[in-house]
Ligand binder design. Sequence first.
Ligand SMILES: C[S@@+](CC[C@H](N)C(=O)[O-])C[C@H]1O[C@@H](n2cnc3c(N)ncnc32)[C@H](O)[C@@H]1O
Length: 404
Amino acid sequence: MNPPVSRAASRHTIRQAGEALARLPEPDKEAQVHSMALIRLIVDDIAGAGGQISFARYMELALFAPGLGYYSAGSQKFGASGDFVTAPEISPLFSRCLARQTAEVLENLGGGDVLEVGAGSGIMAADLLAGLAELGTLPDRYFLLELSADLRQRQRETLARMVPQLLDRVQWLDSLPEGGFCGVVLANELLDALPVHLFRTEAGGLRERCVGWQDGRFQWCSRDVLDTALARRFEVLADGLPEGYTSELNLAAGGWIGSVASMLQAGVVLLIDYGFPRHEYYHPQRDRGTLMCHYRHRAHDDPFVYPGLQDITAHVDFTAVAESAVDAGLDVLGYNTQGLFLLANGITELAQSGDEREQLRLAQQVRTLTLPGDMGELFKVMALGRGYDAPLRGFALQDLRGKL
Ligand SMILES: C[S@@+](CC[C@H](N)C(=O)[O-])C[C@H]1O[C@@H](n2cnc3c(N)ncnc32)[C@H](O)[C@@H]1O
């Protein structure tokens, strides 16, 4: 079995994407039938759109088509028997650190709720609630907003198994609250799962990369950028980049931040994800963008493989996130690497528990989460807020807002 892969693997680390593709394990019959059903749905969508759809539409359907998309349907996804691991799946210490940061904010606000968006298996919610209970700072309510019905069910099972005594505080939402939310909003690896548009600089000008269907396969194609707002955004990003440069733009992240800003009355939003400031993201050498796919702990770069069975993701442009936040009237309260955020929240001290064997295990988890060569540096934490001006402990060792 391949060693567990976090979704942090960047294209630079995957030199042999072709080899990785060749080594992908074959899905079983049932999974292949499932994937075929999704392929038919996307092919119909392409036909309905006149022969091609934006890559963002392809990614939306591949991940979220009801009952068929990767996140909407029932495959394992997270953990050793899934496709990738995330920080809360690697170690409860991650969520315990977030609990410390959350507790500080709730104490300063004099109480409030927690809202976790895109909660995966529910393990972060369970460990966070347990951590908050230990700190004596339980929120009034712990809301979970999750697009996938299958994952919602899994979250219920995880919470019922791990923190049955706290279940009465947990509530699932179908959409963001209308307004007047006070407390802490958390999202780990949410923004990287939102559908992205792709662009490529060509001799005749900028083109949007699209998806068509020909000879029984999905094919890349391109078109002039139809949407004028999108064209303007692409042009700004592509200014000065060499011909043949391909990258992504995550319009959905800005929309999501706008919606969060509309409901937030007072409190802090903590976003944790892999990504960079804009000048690093659209670096001339990153000329193939950051689009990545994960299947059974193999990372590669072909989004047309096994639709509905593999994850598709792109890194986050944190400068764009900060700009969207400011445009929506939020303050950017902090920006740090995951490693230093966790260290500032006392991860090493939290790891000093249990017997010697347990401490060795926890020390290994600390290394995975914090070392620069692992998840410590590529993953970032950004804090946004409204009506909150106390310092945040996670940014006490370092605050990189000046680099955005
Ligand atoms: C990469 S997974 C991360 C899961 C979890 N946070 C973790 O760290 O293990 C992305 C999660 O976001 C959810 N998701 C994606 N887009 C969403 C949206 N617009 N609203 C709510 N959940 C969303 C997916 O269904 C999935 O649970």
